[in-house]
Unconditional design. Structure first.
Length: 152
C-alpha cells in the first residue's frame, strides 16, 4: 500500500549516484523534498530538476533538502547531474523498491499504449520524517516546481 500524508518514510531510501546508501536519518532535523520522476534527460524531467536547481538556494534557506528518485542507473544520474549542474543527489531505484513503497510505480497509458512507469510525484517530508504534503502527477508543474514548494 502506498505511503500517504501522516506516514513516516522508510529508514532506507536507496543508493545515490555515487553508490552510497541514503537513509532517512541523513535528513533528520531537516525538511525533505523527495521527488519521483520518470527518466533522466527527458524534457519534463529536465525542466523539473532545473526548476529545483534554480530555487535550491531559497529552498535550503527555508530548511529543505532535495532528493530525486528514478529507476535510472547511478551512471545515468551522474551524467544528468553533471550536464545540468544539479546540487542535490539522485537515488538510482533500479529495482523499484522505493517507488513501490511510495506508490509511484505503476501502469501508465500513453497514445493507446499501456506500460509500467514512474508517476511524477513529490513528497514534502518534515524534520521527523513524516509526510506533510504530496504533489500528485497532475499537480506537479515541472517548470516551476521549486516555486510550488516554496509557496507551501
Amino acid at each position: 500500500m502506498a505511503l500517504k500524508i501522516g506516514d513516516k518514510i522508510p529508514e532506507t531510501l536507496g543508493v545515490n549516484q555515487h553508490g552510497k546508501e541514503v537513509k532517512s536519518l541523513d535528513f533528520s532535523g531537516k525538511k525533505l523534498v523527495l521527488y519521483f520522476y520518470p527518466k533522466d534527460n527527458t524534457p519534463g524531467c529536465t525542466a523539473q530538476a532545473c526548476s529545483l536547481r534554480d530555487d535550491y538556494a531559497e529552498l535550503k534557506k527555508q530548511g529543505y533538502e532535495i532528493l530525486g528518485v528514478s529507476v535510472d542507473s547511478d551512471t545515468s544520474h551522474q551524467k544528468f547531474i553533471n550536464k545540468h549542474q544539479l546540487p542535490f543527489d539522485l537515488i538510482a531505484d533500479t529495482d523499484k523498491v522505493l517507488a513501490e513503497k511510495f506508490g509511484t510505480w505503476g501502469e501508465k497509458k500513453s497514445f493507446g499504449r499501456t506500460y509500467m512507469g514512474m508517476f511524477r510525484t513529490t513528497f514534502v517530508i518534515d524534520e521527523n520524517g513524516i509526510i506533510q504534503k504530496i504533489f500528485q502527477p497532475k499537480e506537479v508543474k515541472t517548470k516551476e516546481h521549486g516555486k510550488q514548494i516554496l509557496s507551501l
